[in-house]
Design a binder for this molecule. Structure first.
Ligand code: GP9
Ligand code: MN
Length: 630
């Protein structure tokens, strides 16, 4: 006897749609920090998974057999659950959404191993709950009887998919005009288009950028060149060439933010050695210096200081564009007879460094194989900073002079773990273990820098060198705002978050007495021209966006990779304009002109990188090279 069917037709499909829809929304709310300002934004967030889910699951209507249809539903829901979950894990670590090029950085993901593992928990199984619901529905619901004609139902179904999609896009456009044309913020894309559509869009954008290189012929450079030449800053004659012929040592201070400098944590000094340096007459200390990195983190900071170009949005430029032509700072110094090298005790392929360094003009990469890691000398991501510093000085003693050595520290890296014997101060006592431990690893790094200075003096290299040290990017993400606000004693508004992007910059010149604290607003893009000028190397033909910080013409204007910016008067972040002195939100008109300029710079820089335009530029003559003579 046939079972009496009390269930309406396509119940499984309906249950699948609702299960994945609700799950996605719950995941948005619980696993990401998506800022919602009003009811409409909340509604868009709620609605945005629907169009894609309807479409993807709706394909099942074209399957002839029930079995095929069910199998398809399970497969597609698994793929979608996996995509969503991968974003959750990625977000825990990077505080950002996945983009296509990042997925191809498989070597990095291998090395990220321990950190990713720390970001996966047993209860994560709940992220796949919709699949279980769909399987249960398939199993327990009786077979349905076809009531409406198949093709009519399908037609009605897909018309409603389009209606939902247009409603979503319409609301998003009203809420965020130019969303799809400007795309400087992935969070906004996910918030308005939904996670699944965002990935489709990302595929489209990435393939377009690939096409950009193929199509570029160098003619775009005329406009870019005009902009760069018009905004160029002449070197300060008093400082130009003041360190000519000296060794240049640059130290990347992992995850170091400015808020710890000249500050205390529960009565303990966090960076005693660096604090002394801020008062030292041999040192310029920059208290309003900002990092400008994006997803590529340390590698972005390296890219910026070598090229004075912006890193890419949503991709680590070290991995996506290592085939490009560049005019790295290392190249410039190499041309002047410097022995150029990087010292970093990590796997050479991490961040694609082994490919990128020769392109930037480096003679040698002293990777982890150049260091000896004794028992107890490794923690967290690898070799501890103190033995790394000691062995680096040993290596420098063997180098031909003058040399340009860039050192990258590692101990002060998330998750900020240390061996007991290396803890020199107590943990902090907030609800964030990350922030609590951060102070201890920062304190350790400070000690490592001190050891470096002592060893360098002993080696005899100190007097004939200049030492530049900078924080590569933030260490404490916005996920720890509660704990941060407890430490800072104030609410972490978007304005404060932008201010927390300040990282320390020290330029230490042994024997020079004119050092002081400089509070002018500057950023990582300014490093290249500033340093080259100090070494007596001109940059007036270089395609660079930063400017010599010591120049009279240096402007206080720092653009973040997400389109936000800081000047001496305003801070623009998350589409809001703030008065810099007070942190109070002000009328957007005060930021409007600079918003356009920021967008323009980012666009020009992206054009150079995506189109690989420097292959059409002769930096010796400043002339454009015609494509056919390439
Ligand atoms: C890895 C080190 C850290 O070699 O530079 O990279 P990060 O995760 O900070 O980009
Ligand atoms: Mn880093």
């Amino acid at each position: 006897m046939k079972k009496i069917n009390k269930w309406p037709n396509h119940s499984v499909l309906l249950i699948a749609i609702i299960a994945t829809w609700i799950k996605t929304y719950v995941v948005y709310k619980t696993s990401f920090n998506i800022k919602i300002e009003n009811g409409m934004q909340e509604f868009i967030l709620f609605l945005n998974p629907l169009a894609f889910i309807l479409f993807a699951y709706g394909i099942s209507l074209y399957f002839k057999s029930e079995k095929g249809r069910n199998r398809y539903l399970i497969t597609i829901s698994s793929i979608m659950a996996f995509v969503l979950y991968a974003n959750v894990v990625f977000y825990r670590f990077f505080n950002d959404f996945i983009t296509l090029p990042v997925l191809f950085q498989t070597t990095n993901f291998g090395d990220l191993g321990s950190s990713v593992f720390e970001s996966i928990y047993i209860y994560d199984i709940l992220y796949f709950i919709d699949i279980a619901i769909i399987v249960a529905a398939i199993k327990w619901l009786p077979n349905a009887v076809q009531s409406v004609s198949k093709s009519l139902f399908r037609r009605l179904y897909f018309v409603s998919v389009i209606a939902v999609l247009f409603m979503n896009l319409g609301l998003a456009e009203a809420e965020r005009p130019q969303l799809l044309t400007r795309i400087f913020d992935r969070e906004m894309l996910v918030k308005n288009l939904g996670m699944y559509n965002y990935h489709l869009f990302d595929v489209y954008v990435q393939s377009k950028s690939h096409a950009q290189r193929v199509l570029a012929d160098g003619s775009e450079l005329v406009e870019v060149n005009n902009y760069i030449r018009a905004n160029q800053a002449e070197p300060n004659p008093e400082l130009y060439g003041m360190a000519e012929g000296r060794n240049l040592i640059m130290i990347s201070l992992e995850s170091l933010q400015s808020f710890v400098i000249n500050n205390e944590m529960n009565g303990e000094v966090i960076t005693p050695f660096l604090n002394e340096l801020t008062k030292d007459p041999n040192t310029y200390y920059f208290s309003n210096f900002y990092h400008q990195t994006g997803l590529g983190k340390t590698s972005d900071s390296e890219f910026i200081l070598e090229n004075s170009l912006y890193p890419l949005n949503g991709a680590a430029v070290f991995t996506t564009n290592s085939g490009n032509t560049f005019n790295g700072m290392a190249q410039r110094l190499s041309d002047k007879g410097y022995y150029t090298n990087v010292l970093h005790a990590n796997n050479k392929s991490f961040w694609n460094r082994d490919m990128m360094y020769p392109k930037l003009g480096y003679d040698k990469y002293y990777d982890q194989d150049s260091f000896v890691v004794e028992e107890g000398e490794a923690v967290n991501w690898g070799m501890k900073d103190i033995p790394f510093m000691e062995q680096s000085v040993d290596l420098m003693q063997e180098m031909p002079q003058p040399f340009y050595s860039r050192m990258i520290t590692l101990t002060n890296h998330y998750p900020f773990t240390l061996d007991e014997e290396d803890k020199m101060i107590q943990e902090y006592d907030s609800n964030s273990g990350t922030l609590n431990r951060y102070f201890q690893t920062v304190r350790y790094m400070d000690e490592a820098v001190k050891v470096f200075f002592e060893d360098l003096k002993e080696s005899g290299l100190y007097e004939n060198s200049i030492i530049v040290m900078y924080g590569d990017h933030y260490g404490i993400s916005e996920n720890h705002n509660d704990a941060m606000s407890r430490y800072m004693g104030k609410e972490i508004t978007p304005f404060e978050s932008a201010q927390l992007q300040r990282v320390p910059l020290f330029i230490h010149i042994p024997g020079y007495e004119g050092g002081k604290v400089i509070d002018e607003v500057s950023g990582q893009l300014d490093l290249r021209p500033t340093i080259l000028h100090m070494l007596g190397i001109k940059t007036d033909r270089d395609m660079q966006f930063g400017a010599d910080i010591f120049s009279e013409e240096h402007e206080e204007f720092v653009v973040f990779r997400d389109g936000g910016f800081v000047t001496d008067e305003v801070v623009y972040t998350k589409n809001t304009c703030y008065d810099k002195a007070t942190g109070i939100e002000i009328d957007g008109a005060a930021c409007e002109k600079d918003t356009e300029r920021a967008q323009k710079e980012l666009k020009y820089s992206d054009q150079i990188i995506n189109g690989d335009l420097l292959r059409f530029y002769d930096n010796k003559t400043g002339n454009l090279i015609k494509p056919d003579s390439e």
